[in-house]
Design a protein around this ligand. Structure first.
Ligand SMILES: *Cc1c(COP(=O)(O)O)cnc(C)c1O
Length: 398
């Protein structure tokens, strides 16, 4: 995909819908990123930390029991859950902190919903000795005690946000406001392939390592490319990371799985590409969940990391081009898949990743035997065990 163009557009999506005061920050960042990503020294440094600190390459694991259970494709799991801090998010925060250091920035800010991106940002900031402030909605602070504690222990400050719904969308607004006034000494790390140009392009660049490794690993294991790639989609960074290195391989199908929550009613899900329409959110044009007046809708998912009313512009474009397909999986289906993954593979998956597993359980049986499927196991589920216990109790035991 030769995208985005120089203005940051993926087809009609993307761009830079921000106040004039933010333009210098974005231009400076774009310049620094383009320069760094062209440079061997930067790539070498990034690869060093990905290997020695994050623990890459992580395995592409053949899930034998899951394969037998599904009775269709041979299922391979790309194990981002085995990364330091337990998810793919560290690939991005590490890359951006390295870039911030290059730009001479001394302070990091980030937004977070469930706290996973906040923890990954605080981790990378700590390792490079930078100050770190993480904006987080008061509602999320209440729900995510463990990650708040982790951030504090890592030396970050959690800044409570009490505007709007007091969740991720509001935290993102506050972080952008901070950055407008502070970009002289501060870098803002966005947590997914969203936001104004160059963020969607840059975050995809840092997450592409997922698909690059998976491509090499499946070729080694099976001698051919996979038939299907599957990943969950919140903002869409683990999905783009897996998809991008296969983009030119026309026979490789790609499916993104969104959060179907409790149903299709407004406010009950976060299925942005399935049920939203084009609009502008957080500085770029993409699919957005919104009401008739264009007000951003409230969202729900049992998986906090999928709970976002927008999605990366690259995904909106891939949907328009029909290069990848998008579907949704509800809370209950994800919960069953979570349990099955624990018991059949001995892997406690993140609830986000469980959405991708649920899709495989639903559609896999219809795929030919010996077809090849690669799924991104975006994270581990330690963070979700209390939530899962509560959901299982509500269902009357598990
Ligand atoms: C944040 C998160 C996601 C969703 O983010 P994307 O940008 O869509 O990848 C998925 N899985 C895990 C484990 C996460 O922490």
């Amino acid at each position: 995909m030769n995208m985005p163009d120089t203005e940051g557009y993926f087809g009609e999506f993307g761009g830079r819908f921000v106040p004039e005061t933010l333009m210098p920050a974005l231009e400076q960042l774009e310049g620094a990123f383009e320069e760094a990503s062209d440079e061997h020294q930067f790539r070498r440094e990034l690869d060093y930390y990905l290997r020695e600190y994050v623990g890459r390459p992580n395995p592409l694991y053949y899930a034998e029991r899951l394969t037998k259970l599904v009775g269709g494709p041979r299922i391979y799991l790309k194990r981002e859950d085995l990364n330091h801090t337990g998810a793919h998010k560290i690939n991005n925060t590490l890359g951006q902190v390295l870039l911030a250091a290059r730009m001479g920035k001394k302070r990091i800010i980030a937004e977070t919903g469930a706290g996973q991106h906040g923890v990954a940002s605080a981790t990378a900031a700590a390792m490079f000795g930078m100050e770190c402030d993480v904006y987080m909605g008061e509602e999320d602070i209440r729900r995510q005690k463990l990650n708040c504690l982790r951030m504090k222990l890592l030396g970050a400050k959690v800044v409570p946000v009490n505007t709007g719904s007091k969740t991720l969308k509001d935290a993102t607004n506050e972080a952008m406001r901070d950055w407008m006034a502070s970009f002289d000494n501060t870098h803002y790390i966005i947590g997914s392939v969203v936001g104004p140009h160059p963020f969607p392009k840059m975050v995809a660049y840092f997450q592409r390592v997922i698909g690059e490794e998976a491509r090499e690993q499946i070729l080694k294991a099976e001698g051919r490319l996979p038939d299907l790639l599957v990943a969950c989609v919140g903002g869409g960074s683990n999905a783009i990371g897996l998809f991008e290195p296969f983009m030119k391989d026309e026979d490789v199908r790609m499916v993104g799985v969104e959060a179907g929550g409790r149903g299709n009613a407004d406010g009950e899900h976060a299925a942005t590409l399935s049920l939203g329409r084009p609009g502008v959110l957080h500085g770029s044009k993409s699919f957005v969940l919104q009401d008739e007046d264009g007000q951003t809708s409230p969202v729900h998912s049992a998986a906090a990391g999928l709970d976002y009313p927008g999605v990366g512009p690259a995904h909106s474009c891939l949907k328009a081009l029909n290069r990848s397909q998008y579907t949704s999986v509800g809370d209950a289906e994800a919960l069953s898949a979570f349990k099955l993954c624990c018991r059949s593979e001995g892997i406690v998956p993140a609830l986000e990743s469980a959405h991708a597993i649920a899709y495989i359980l639903r559609e896999g049986p219809r795929m030919p035997e010996n077809s090849l499927l690669v799924m991104c196991m975006s994270g581990r589920g330690d963070k979700d065990v209390y939530e899962v216990e509560e959901l299982l109790n509500m269902q009357g035991g598990g």
